[in-house]
Write a protein that binds this ligand. Structure first.
Ligand code: NAD
Length: 258
């Protein structure tokens, strides 16, 4: 077995852009091998070139909502890198706003559930055998919107609420072999973590930052840091839990000013 094959293997869905790109980079820095599974071929190819000097990574174009593609992804990952020790279910339709309830098409509702919730189920199901063999772990990306809402976010919020419930259910089914936890980010700015052709320079007002108890909007690396801890043996007694990473926003008591 080669040296590269002995390094643990992480699979990061939606790992080509945004929070997933930061998680991919952080895992590579820590000595993991990483399989990126992303629906965007351009982003995945770019990400592979960006990180290939840091560590061993591979990329597959996959729609996580398609079971045949997910099944094949798990086979290819094991063949190319080795059995999976860490599954990050990060791929998602990340824009929470789908318009007024009265105008919300069934197809839009269904697609949010298919990608954000069913995709998490399918990847967990088809990685389970490999994860049990490595005594690995799963980290699901939920959202603070699973716990609280603005108007016109029904599909997104419902999908992420499902991810929270799926997380503790998976933790019971896969324990004691596999730990399963979720991370619920708040406002994480990902504009400068997109593929080059759709990257934008974010602008935020003083108020945007200041409303957060920590004094700033979040960065993808804020999430990646927690991923590293949850994936490590330091978190060996932690499963079935949800971790909020939102700069304290959801702990604020909000009253209208006079
Ligand atoms: P992003 O749009 O920047 O990146 C998402 C990635 O997932 C993209 O590379 C995209 O191509 C990929 N993807 C989308 N659909 C896919 C599919 N069907 N199959 C495979 N890949 C697919 O989003 P982000 O902001 O980095 O969000 C990542 C995760 O974090 C999402 O699950 C999102 O809901 C969650 N989240 C983000 C925030 C935030 O503020 N950015 C807040 C809370 C939760």
């Amino acid at each position: 077995m080669s040296e590269a094959k002995r390094k643990p293997v992480a699979l990061v869905t939606g790992g080509a852009q945004g929070i997933g790109r930061a998680i991919t980079g952080a895992l590579l820095q820590q000595g993991w091998q990483v399989m990126i599974a992303d629906i965007d071929g351009e982003a995945g190819t770019e990400c592979t070139h960006l990180f290939d000097t840091i560590g061993k990574l591979a990329f597959q174009v996959v729609d996580v909502a398609q079971e045949d593609q997910v099944r094949k992804l798990m086979q290819v990952t094991e063949e190319e890198l080795g059995p999976i020790s860490l599954l990050i279910n990060n791929a998602g339709l990340a824009n929470p706003f789908t318009g007024a309830l009265e105008d919300l098409d069934l197809s839009t509702w269904q697609r949010y559930l298919d990608v954000n919730l069913t995709g998490t189920f399918l990847c967990s199901k088809h990685a389970a055998t490999q994860l049990r063999s490595t005594r690995g772990s799963i980290i699901n990306l939920a959202s603070t919107r699973a716990l609280q809402s603005e108007p016109d976010t029904e599909a997104y919020s419902a999908s992420k609420g499902g991810v929270l419930a799926l997380t503790h259910s998976l933790a019971m089914s896969l324990g004691p072999d596999v730990r399963v936890n979720s991370i619920s980010p708040g406002w994480i700015e990902v504009g400068d973590w997109q593929k080059t052709s759709s990257r934008y320079q974010p602008f935020h007002s003083h108020e945007d930052h200041e409303q957060h108890p920590v004094g700033r909007i979040g960065k993808p690396d804020d999430v990646a840091g927690l991923v590293l801890w949850l994936a490590s043996d330091l978190a060996g007694f932690v499963t079935g839990q949800n971790f909020v990473v939102d700069g304290g926003m959801s702990r604020k008591m909000v009253y209208q000013a006079d």
